[in-house]
Ligand binder design. Sequence first.
Ligand SMILES: [Zn+2]
Length: 350
Amino acid sequence: MRALVLEKKDELNLRDFPAIDREEAVLGPRDVRIKLHTVGICGSDVHYFTHGRIGPFVINEPMILGHEASGTVIEVGSDVTTLKEGDRVCAEPGIPDPNSRATKMGMYNIDPAVRFWATPPVHGVLRPTCVHPEAFTFKLPDNVSFAEAAMVEPLAVGVHAATKARVKPGDNAVVMGAGPIGLVTALSALAAGCARVYVTDLSEAKLEIAAGLSPAITPVDVRSQNITDLVKRDTDGWGVDLVFEATGSPQAAAAVFEPLAPGGCVVMIGGQPDPISYDAGAAMVREARVENIFRYAHVFPRCVGMISSGAIDVKPLITRTFNFEESVRAFEIAASAPPADVKMQIELPQ
Ligand SMILES: [Zn+2]
């Protein structure tokens, strides 16, 4: 089948990729075959394209990109009971070893043996079909579109972050960064009960999108406003209950405790390529709780439920859609990091 293949750093081709047809010729008894409809472009896909690696994961052989997917079930294995041909679905891209110690402890996302789409050596899904376990494939209600369903994967990161933060009704929060992950985190924090969420960024266009998501979101342009001053002013000097770091910038991360209230919680979401400094003193005087997250676990059905009920609207985050034939150009545009774009998606021919 034709696929979007990252040959090596800086070289992408839309071409026939027979190895994947051989790999997926036979359907396992508990697998389904999905005809893919929409695949979102993730920052990690773009990073592999522009850098050829993310930390220890290196592109040594051609790899198909894409892991934010929705589609239609076209074939089911003999033991599949919850899905049938024609079901519209989204898919969780990380498959853990079911017998691993981490999986048995409920932390399957940090199973060292997890196989995650478009993380070398595992192929992604920018291609017409894929085979996936029933257990990691989730049926969509009729009122959730394929485009929204392809947003479930990034949304899952925000929901996992809000879960680990243990948001309480009426909490105030700061989300650092108005990229896709920052915005899904802000939406998740509000859905979990936050009264107010301050979202910081350098891009006016992204902050405008953030402000449009909810009247409970306060956009903060860090080029002209100091987030700590603003928070202190609004909270009589107390600070916010939660700070979510979603920029991946060492400078932003260095200041995470500044707007935080005593007894508050910081959630580190943004990936950091290098070790960063951590103000232990500022954390100590607040008895701050610090949480780290890696992807997500057990949240896809919740994300689908919140999109379906209207508790979360991800549509304003989808800023551009491309045809599969335009995939290479879509990645070139994504690599240029247009300031007004949040999430770009690619639609497969149906
Ligand atoms: Zn992603």
